[in-house]
Ligand binder design. Structure first.
Ligand SMILES: Nc1nc2c(ncn2[C@@H]2O[C@H](COP(=O)(O)OP(=O)(O)OP(=O)(O)O)[C@@H](O)[C@H]2O)c(=O)[nH]1
Ligand SMILES: [Mg+2]
Length: 470
C-alpha cells in the first residue's frame, strides 16, 4: 500500500516544522526558529513501521499572504461556477504561482498532491481574517483537513475559542498538540482524527498508533536496563585500601569518585541516544543550565539533600573513623579495620560469606565503596531524567530540564544489597566479561526500575512546563 501523504500547512511560525520533528522523533529535521518564513521549500520525512513507509509528512513554507491569495483566486474564478480545485490548479499553472505567491503556491501544490492536510494553528492567536482566508483557500483544495491547535500547553492558548470557530467552519476533527511537550496520547488522538477522515488509510494509521505504543514500551524497558546496569556497576564496585594514621586515602577516594561520575555520564549519554536526543540537549559541562540539579556533584552532601536523600549514614561513617575526611567522604562508605571484626561483619552482614574481605579490613585494610545515599541519588536522578525524556518533544529548543524530582521516595531495591556483596558483578574496575550472575541481577533490578519508571510516568503531567508533575 502506498504511504499516506500528509501536507503540513499553516501560517508562518505556527510550528509546522516543529510538528514534523516531534512526530518523526527527529530533532534535526529542517530548521526551527522564531523568525518568520524560515522554511522556504517543501521537505518530506517518512515515518516507518517495520522498515515500511506508512506515512510521508511534508513540511511546507508558511502561508504569508492568504488575504491577497484569496482575492487573487476569487478574481481568477470570476463569474464562472468552476470548482475550487480547478481554480487552484489553474493558479498553480500560472506565472503568479512562481512569482508573487511563490511561497503559498509551494504549500498549496503539496496539499493538492497529498491525501490529507494538517492545518497547524498557533492556539495563542486570535481568530483573524487571515485565518478565515487560509481556511477558505484550503477548502478549495478538496482535501480532508485536520486543524491542529499547536501551543496548547501555553497559558495563553485560546483552545475553546478556536474549537468553536473551526466548528462553525465545519471542521470538527480538531487535534490539540504541543510540539515541545510530548504527549503520546495527544499524538494518538491526532492520528485518530486523521483516521476518522481517511477510511482508505485506516490500516496504516492503526499500524502507526500501535507502533508508537510498542516503541514507548521498548523505551521504558531499555531505559530501565541502562539504569540497572549503572546501579549494579556502582553498587558492586569496591576498592581495597590500606588505612592507618600515616596513610592518605584521598587519592583512592578521588579515583573512585571519578570512575563513578564517568560511569553516570556514560549512562546519561546512552539514555539520550536511546531517546534520539543529542548530547547538546544535555551538556554535562553546562551543568547549571539544567535547573541546578545536574550542577550538583554526585558526591556533594548538598546534592543528596536536594534529591531528598538522607546523608546520615555515609557522612557519619566518614566522620566516625576519625580520618578527618568526613565531608570529603560523603557518599562513600568506609569499612574500617579500626572496628572489631564481629561488629564489622554484623555491620556489613557479610560474616562467614565474605570471610577474607572482613579479615582484610581487620588487618588494617579498608574498603571504599559508594554508599547507599549516593546509590539512591543515582537512581532518583536517572529516573527523573527518563521521565523528562519521555515527555520531551523533539521540537524542544530549551535545554533539558529534570523538573521536580519524582514525588515517590526512592527506595533502594534489594538486588543492590546483594550487589554489594558481589564485587565481581561490577564492570567498573575494568573487570572481565559480565558473569551470568551479573546478568540475572541486572534483569531483576531492571524489572524493579521499570516498575518505578511506570509509576513516575503516571504521575499527573501538567502540559505546562513539561517535566514537573502537576
Ligand atoms: N512552546 C512552544 N513553542 C513552539 C511550539 N511549536 C513551535 N514552537 C516554537 O515556535 C517557533 C516557530 O516554530 P517553527 O516550527 O519554526 O514554525 P514553522 O511553522 O515551521 O515556521 P515557518 O517555517 O517560518 O513557516 C520556534 O521558535 C519553535 O521553537 C509549541 O508547541 N510550543
Ligand atoms: Mg518551518
Amino acid at each position: 500500500m502506498k504511504p499516506l501523504r500528509v501536507a503540513v500547512v499553516g501560517h508562518t511560525n505556527t510550528g509546522k516544522t516543529s510538528l514534523l520533528r516531534t512526530l518523526a522523533r527527529d530533532a534535526s529535521f529542517g530548521e526551527v526558529s522564531d523568525r518568520p518564513a524560515v522554511t522556504r521549500h517543501v521537505e518530506g520525512r517518512a515515518l516507518l513501521v517495520g522498515g515500511r513507509r506508512v506515512m510521508e509528512l511534508y513540511d511546507t513554507p508558511g502561508l504569508e499572504d492568504s488575504i491577497g491569495l484569496l482575492d487573487h483566486l476569487q478574481a481568477l474564478r470570476g463569474d464562472r461556477r468552476s470548482e475550487g480545485i480547478e481554480v487552484v490548479r489553474q493558479f498553480l499553472a500560472s506565472p503568479e504561482a512562481a512569482g508573487r505567491f511563490a511561497q503559498e503556491a509551494k504549500a498549496l501544490r503539496q496539499v493538492v498532491e497529498s491525501d490529507v492536510a494538517l492545518y497547524v494553528l498557533d492556539a495563542r492567536d486570535r481568530v483573524l481574517g487571515k485565518h478565515r482566508d487560509e481556511l477558505e483557500i484550503l477548502g478549495w483544495c478538496a482535501r480532508p483537513i485536520v486543524p491542529v491547535l499547536n501551543f496548547v500547553a501555553s497559558d495563553e492558548a485560546r483552545t475553546d475559542t478556536w474549537r468553536e470557530h473551526l466548528s462553525r467552519a465545519s471542521m470538527h476533527a480538531v487535534a490539540e498538540f504541543d510540539t515541545v511537550v510530548l504527549d503520546e496520547e495527544g499524538e494518538t488522538r491526532l492520528y485518530e482524527k486523521m483516521r476518522s477522515l481517511l477510511d482508505a488509510h485506516r490500516e496504516q494509521l492503526d499500524e502507526l498508533i500501535a507502533d508508537r505504543r510498542r516503541h514507548r514500551e521498548e523505551l521504558l524497558a531499555a531505559s530501565a536496563r541502562l539504569i540497572a546496569e549503572l546501579l549494579i556497576d556502582v553498587a558492586a564496585h569496591a576498592v581495597q585500601v590500606r588505612t592507618g594514621p600515616d596513610v592518605d586515602v584521598r587519592p583512592d577516594v578521588d579515583a573512585l569518585r571519578d570512575r563513578v561520575r564517568e560511569r553516570e555520564r556514560t549512562a546519561v549519554a546512552k539514555l539520550l541516544e536511546l531517546f534520539r536526543f543529542t548530547p547538546q540537549d544535555y551538556d554535562a559541562a553546562d551543568l547549571p543550565g539544567v535547573d541546578g540539579h545536574w550542577g550538583l556533584d554526585l558526591f556533594h552532601p548538598e546534592t543528596l539533600k536536594r534529591f531528598g536523600v538522607r546523608t546520615g549514614g555515609a557522612a557519619a561513617a566518614g566522620a566516625s573513623v576519625g580520618l578527618g575526611l568526613d565531608l570529603a567522604l560523603a557518599g562513600l562508605s568506609l569499612g574500617t579495620g579500626t572496628l572489631a571484626g564481629a561488629a564489622l561483619g554484623a555491620a556489613w552482614g557479610l560474616a562467614g560469606k565474605q570471610g577474607k574481605r572482613v579479615l582484610d579490613r581487620v588487618r588494617g585494610y579498608t574498603e571504599l565503596r559508594v554508599g547507599d545515599p549516593t546509590l539512591q541519588l543515582l537512581l532518583a536522578r536517572e529516573v527523573a531524567l527518563v521521565r523528562a525524556l519521555l515527555r520531551r518533544g523533539h521540537a524542544s529548543v530549551e535545554p533539558l530540564r529534570l523538573g521536580d524530582l519524582p514525588t515517590e521516595r526512592v527506595r533502594l531495591p534489594d538486588t543492590l544489597r546483594e550487589a554489594k556483596a558481589s564485587p565481581e558483578w561490577s564492570l567498573l574496575g575494568g573487570g572481565g566479561a559480565p558473569s551470568p550472575q551479573r546478568g540475572r541481577a541486572v534483569r531483576t533490578l531492571a524489572a524493579e526500575v521499570e516498575a518505578q519508571l511506570r509509576r513516575v510516568d503516571r504521575e499527573p503531567r501538567s502540559l505546562r512546563g513539561g517535566a514537573e508533575p502537576g
